[in-house]
Design a protein around this ligand. Sequence first.
Ligand code: GLY
Length: 399
Amino acid sequence: MKKVWLLLPLFLFGSCAGNKSGDIVKENFDFAGKQLKFAFTEVERVRAELGKTPEELPSPRNIQADDSLRLVRAKDWCSGFFPGELWYMYEYTKDDYWKEKAIEYTNLLEPLKSYKGTHDLGFMMYCSFGNGYRLNPTEHYREVLIEGANSLISRFNPTVGCIRSWDHNGDKWQFPVIIDNMMNLEFLFWASKISGDPVYRNIAIKHADTTLKNHFRNDNSSYHVIDYDTITGDVRNKHTHQGYAHESAWARGQAWGLYGYVMCYRETKDKRYLDQAEKIAAFIFNHPNLPEDLIPYWDFNAPEIPNEPRDVSASTITASALYELSGYVNNGQEYKEKADIILKNLTKSYRVPLHGQHGFLLNSSTGHKPHGSEINVPIVYADYYYIEALMRKNKIDKK
Ligand code: GLY
């Protein structure tokens, strides 16, 4: 069970010795720059073929089963990742070319600020406008973000103690909350800091605490969907939606939980969140079904392992979270080494060919296997967290 942990230092030394720190970062940003420029032409080509405007189809999401590029509307939960990648390109290169492209793609999402139909506003607005405000603060972006944060907290139910995730499947769930929702809390912590109003932060903390109480099993893996009773606040069901089974460990869900609790620790310094993050990391890295290259199958309990698709996105989210976690604990070097291994293996074995795959960066993500969609393909959020992880590595290595 512990074999992966024990072998890591050896594996790292053997595989990375001789690499100058930063080489992998620079090489990947050079690659990403070329791919994203190619993506602009692909996005424009597909919009033209479909007769759609940038406002109608602002962002690329994934490659479809027929190899075509799928563009999505602003209200799709994935719309913010592509502009977010462009902001990271600007942050790394300091080149105004990327800033202009980031602004162009970000501004297409402004109508989201009043959208109250999803919990995903954090992904959609904080990756885009949030990174934009961080790197190029303007009063306009601040106003857009605060309005967006107000839309997000309109979904909070004090009886349940959570923000409602989805409105679909009303026949099955009364008040579904998914582990992914931990990711949307960062937007709320930011909103309290910038506005001075604690309401957003208090909701984020309540949501994180309720999730801590109800979403995790004894082995520290998490359920995907917890369904709450809106009258009593009690748990009605513990389900999956995108995983293999209600009692299985859907890989991306584990990564969302890890990232979410690391971020909550950063914002609160509440040790319970740090402990949970470390427990999730231990679940992932001690799991006998985690492949040697640390890129998980789409579900840790998928029935046909090793003949199951991987989910590269789970590994990029995990790597990014581990870089941050490495700064909060005494054994941080172990987490950083794992993140380094993930990035090294993604660079070596999972990158798309230059000027291939419509301008995405990484192959082999799995979006919704039970639904038969987005299986073993490039997906934009894998790329976003890849770039973010590279940025985080760059900052750590330069210290
Ligand atoms: N938040 C939805 C997903 O991870 O697929």
